[in-house]
Design a protein around this ligand. Structure first.
Ligand SMILES: Nc1ncnc2c1ncn2[C@@H]1O[C@H](COP(=O)(O)OP(=O)(O)OP(=O)(O)O)[C@@H](O)[C@H]1O
Length: 668
């Protein structure tokens, strides 16, 4: 080491016993001298020694602290400026306080010794308390779980790849399906159960299906199901309903299936009818498509008497909520007291629909209401003369209601629960605890069809809670970001490059639908005029069309007489058209739920399918964020189309645009 090397702490210690330190030691000595002695006598001698030793040790520590502090504060070469507050190096909390005391003493003393009254007094630095900090915010997932139904956390997870083969013969192969039903399914080309069905059938169909229609002492648990689009949810409820109701003797309204649109009602009716073939079960619908009196005559057997137990021509009613309320309020002998099943399909959509507070009314109708009198039900004018006023006869009451009518008090009269089992289904099940609680679910059991992520610590229900919806594995998703003025051209390019023949195209409004259809028709006309290729058939499907016209267009699309069907979100939910190979979101969907249902019109029942979203440049950020929030961004691949790709179609497109402009200017 050279002599110029800085002196280490051990060598400099003695030098650093500066004036202030000496003063400190002196004061400390005095403090010790004046400290009162508390301990007395022999016994206390030891403790005195102890005290002294402890005191000594403390002083040694004090000395070290002071030494260190002095060392840090008063390096040899720095002249001390007494009144300037210094930036102190960080010490332990105790050291910090001690040092401050020392600093104050020193400052006072030096001030006096220097006697410079003209110097403005600078207050010593305040103790540096830690800055206020926010408490650790709860994670998004913790927040999402708050107030959530416990049942959702204990949901049963079903892997989407689970299947169960449907055997013929005596052995049901664990499907719980009767021989008749298994044969029927085979006839319809269904040879195995899909994941959601493998879970639901054993839960809903008991081993012995007899005497399962009334369960007043052992009421069934309600069920909530979240499963991807096209995964077979309809059969998951249709099969148990038919199997259980097939044992009935008298026709009563025992199953009510509520759906959001007329189109879905007809679709589910078709499925139900196909499965009920060979049973005595009768199916009815109520959608408002026919006159009210026509519907009444289809649903009610006896409209002339007032029957407390009601009268029904159908075992299963499939309906929209609006028309259901109409019948509940205005159809004599229409009762829900015998319900064994209440299905709410597309549950999140229906629960968001507050039409006439339909859910509260339906739930109330399944329970006994003492104030409700059959006289409240109007008897149609035409039937009034022949009407028999037999309101005292508790005819055909359900056992639960019969109990309430009993006039003989008995110790043995037990309260009977309603046997109605609620079944909720959706590909985007609601996470809203408020909405779920409105359903008054009884000990609900959740089934979630989704892949397990073993790396995740969060509960499986988290996907539902955080709206991370499960998608069909056979679906390929793409997005194409383009300039808004080039969007139609990009769409035409995709249609012709990928030879699309069966596509559903979603737009944001009926007006947008019509404009796109017209432009495409002009484009196709130009194209076929210049080449030998056959032009594609494109049609609009909107709520503006009459019901009959809509039905016809849907049929033509199903029969592939129409290649491209353009619509708004009217048929984005539930519609099942197996051959749809492509779904195009011509306008971006407004939220993730809409996206899930739109793209779910393809890649159904294990088939392959493609979904494209055309995104205008200014929408790209929003759209990507929406996908990111649902942890879905990486599944949507970017599709790139260059100017060069579009160039061959550009002249046709420009001509088509001119035709459209002419058409609109003529109309205005
Ligand atoms: N086990 C099965 N084997 C073969 N096909 C089936 C089976 N179960 C259902 N399908 C068919 O799968 C298609 C989709 O079924 P379904 O309409 O019930 O789907 P979903 O889950 O209700 O879809 P979404 O959520 O879009 O309404 C239908 O064509 C149906 O006939």
């Amino acid at each position: 080491m050279s002599s110029t090397a800085p002196a280490g702490p051990s060598t400099s210690t003695s030098k650093q016993k500066t004036k202030s330190k000496q003063r400190y030691l002196k004061r400390k000595k005095e403090r010790r001298k004046h400290r009162p002695k508390t301990a007395t006598g022999n016994q206390d001698e030891q403790s005195d020694t102890d005290n002294e030793e402890t005191e000594k040790k403390r002083d040694d520590v004090d000395d070290t602290i002071v030494d260190q502090a002095v060392e840090e504060q008063e390096p040899e070469h720095v002249t001390k400026t007494p009144n300037r507050p210094k930036k102190r190096p960080r010490l332990d909390e105790d050291e910090d306080v001690e040092m401050l005391e020392e600093e104050n003493i020193e400052a006072d003393e030096i001030d006096v010794s220097q006697e410079k009254p003209s110097t403005p007094e600078v207050l010593p630095a305040l103790p540096s308390f830690p800055l206020p900090a926010h408490p650790n915010a709860p994670s998004k997932s913790v927040l999402a779980l708050q107030g959530l139904d416990e049942a959702l956390l204990g949901a049963e997870l079903v892997s989407p790849s689970t299947t169960l083969s449907i055997p013929l013969g005596k052995d049901d192969g664990g499907t719980r399906l009767s021989e008749r039903m298994r044969k029927r399914l085979r006839d319809l080309g269904i040879t195995q159960l899909f994941a959601v069905q493998t879970a639901l059938l054993p839960f809903l169909i008991p081993l012995d299906t007899s005497s399962q229609l009334y369960l007043p002492y052992n009421p069934p648990r309600d069920v909530c199901v979240s499963a991807p689009t096209g995964s077979g949810k309809t059969l998951a409820y249709a099969l148990p309903i038919i199997e259980l109701l097939s044992t009935r003797v008298i026709t009563r309204l025992r199953a009510l299936i509520v759906l959001p649109t007329r189109d879905l009602v007809s679709q589910v009716r078709e499925t139900m009818e196909a499965l009920c073939k060979g049973t005595k079960l009768k199916i009815g619908t109520a959608t408002g498509q026919h006159s009210f009196s026509h519907e009444q005559s289809q649903l009610i057997q006896d409209q002339t008497s007032r029957l407390k137990g009601g009268s029904s021509k159908v075992d299963i009613l499939i309906c929209t909520p609006g028309r259901l309320i109409d019948h509940l309020v205005g159809t004599p002998n229409f009762t829900l007291q015998h319900l064994r099943f209440l299905v709410v399909d597309e549950a999140d959509r229906l629960l968001a629909q507050s039409f006439q507070d339909w859910l509260t009314q339906v739930l109330a109708a399944t329970r006994f209401q003492p104030q409700a009198s059959v006289e409240d039900f109007p008897i149609p004018q035409s039937n009034q003369e022949s009407c028999i006023l037999d309101s005292h006869i508790p005819d055909g009451l359900s056992p639960t209601f019969l109990n309430e009518y009993s006039t003989i008090p008995s110790f043995f009269t037990e309260k009977k629960a309603s046997s109605c089992q609620k079944l909720l289904f959706s590909a985007t099940l609601t996470r809203d605890p408020g909405k779920i609680s409105a359903l008054e679910l009884r000990d609900p059991k959740y089934f979630l069809v989704q892949e397990t992520n073993k790396d995740r610590l969060e509960p499986d229900a988290m996907n539902v809670v955080m709206e991370k919806f499960s998608m069909p594995s056979t679906l390929k998703e793409h997005m194409l970001v383009c300039d808004s003025s080039q969007k139609p051209l990009n769409f035409f390019h995709l249609v012709h490059t990928y030879h699309i023949r069966n596509a559903l195209v979603f737009t944001k409004s009926a007006e947008s639908t019509i404009r796109l259809v017209r432009l495409f028709e002009f484009f196709e006309k130009e194209k076929s005029g210049r080449s030998t290729s056959e032009s594609l058939v494109i049609r609009a499907y909107s709520s503006d069309l009459a019901p009959q016209e809509r039905k016809m267009i849907l049929e033509q699309f199903k029969n592939q007489k129409i290649n491209i069907l353009v619509c708004s979100d009217l048929i984005s939910r539930g519609i099942d058209i197996s051959h749809v190979s492509h779904v195009v979101s011509y306008d971006v969907p407004v939220d993730m739920r809409k996206y899930v249902h739109r793209v779910g019109r393809t890649a159904r029942a294990g088939r392959e399918g493609d979904a494209w979203t055309l995104v205008e440049q200014q929408e790209a950020r929003y759209f990507k964020q929406m996908l990111k929030d649902s942890e879905h961004l990486e599944r949507v691949k970017r599709l790139r189309v260059s100017e060069k790709d579009l160039a061959p179609l550009l002249p046709l497109y420009e001509t088509a645009l001119n035709h459209l402009k002419e058409l609109y200017s003529r109309q205005n």
